[in-house]
Ligand binder design. Structure first.
Ligand code: SF4
Length: 283
């Protein structure tokens, strides 16, 4: 299991996910701003060279992050946490990855991407006997452009749209656009951000929410964001976001949490599937 997780980290770091590759190529074809086309061309060359040489596509190889979707009857659940931690240590040496786990008070880098509560593992349980490990190394620059807004419920959908667009505007070129924006609405503060992160990274670019109203909101936010003119790497152009994904939860009557998670163009993600017989597959 450890070797397959290492392989998934390697592929996530060195081969850009196919939905992102296609979205960036489409953006390059459509872009009307010359400077933006130059930036998109450089990004496309960058991920092409990275894949060819099996090299990380960015110097920031991210905070090693894993979302686990696991059946109640998955027989290897006790081994998963240690396997992931061991895989992160191995991947750091072998790929190699930049050591990105720093003690927040002592400023000491652990050197192997592990430490207190990291790698970060988010667990979700469901029916079944298999498990899916989503491997999503998350860049620091785009993570810095996350936001939580505890809105007064009275602002409604209009206030949500305004806050999202203002947030993207204020982020400017800092999260390395074109970005994928995840928007989480409702629940509590933590749930809104978790929903936003899942929406930003786990959903394929171009997919739409199953509920028509939310899908329309995604379209509208996507159009509005791309009218801001921020453009690739913040140097102007038509392509500020590759997509906007929205997810929601029911909320407390007195609260309207809005979580926004920004994912950069280096949209690293792979999945490891493990079945009940121990068969492991990286996809
Ligand atoms: S935000 Fe993304 S593309 Fe920019 S430096 Fe960080 S990982 Fe790299």
């Amino acid at each position: 299991m450890i070797d397959e997780i290492v392989e998934a980290i390697r592929r996530a770091e060195t081969e850009l996910s196919e939905d992102t590759v296609q979205a960036l190529k489409r953006a390059y074809e459509k872009e009307t701003n010359e400077m933006a086309r130059t930036q998109l061309k450089a990004i496309i060359e960058n991920f092409t060279v990275a894949k060819k040489g099996s090299l990380p596509m960015c110097q920031d190889t991210g905070l090693q992050t894993f979302f686990i979707d696991m059946g109640y009857d998955f027989p290897y659940r006790a081994e998963l946490k240690n396997a992931i931690t061991e895989a992160v240590r191995k991947a750091t040496k072998e790929i190699p990855l930049r050591p990105n786990a720093v003690h927040p008070f002592l400023h000491k880098n652990s050197g192997d991407n592990t430490g207190r509560f990291v790698p970060y593992i988010h667990w979700e349980l469901r029916e079944g006997d298999d498990a899916i490990i989503h491997v999503i190394p998350k860049g620091g620059g785009s993570e810095n452009m996350s936001g939580l807004y505890m809105l007064p419920p009275g602002v409604g959908i209009k206030g949500i749209k305004k806050t999202v667009i203002e947030h993207i505007f204020k982020s400017g070129g800092k999260p390395c656009p074109p970005t994928i924006i995840g928007v989480g609405i409702g629940g509590g503060a933590d749930l809104a951000l978790t929903l936003a992160k899942k929406a930003a990274i786990l959903r394929p670019i171009g997919s739409r929410h199953e509920e028509e109203f939310v899908a329309q909101l995604e379209d509208e936010l996507y159009e509005m964001a791309n009218k801001l003119g921020i453009g690739p790497m913040g140097l102007g152009g038509d392509t500020t976001v590759l997509d906007v994904h929205v997810e929601y939860a029911h909320r407390h009557p007195a609260t309207l949490p809005l979580g926004i998670v920004t994912q950069c163009w280096a949209n690293r993600k792979r999945k490891v599937l493990i079945d009940a017989n121990g068969k492991v597959e990286v996809i």
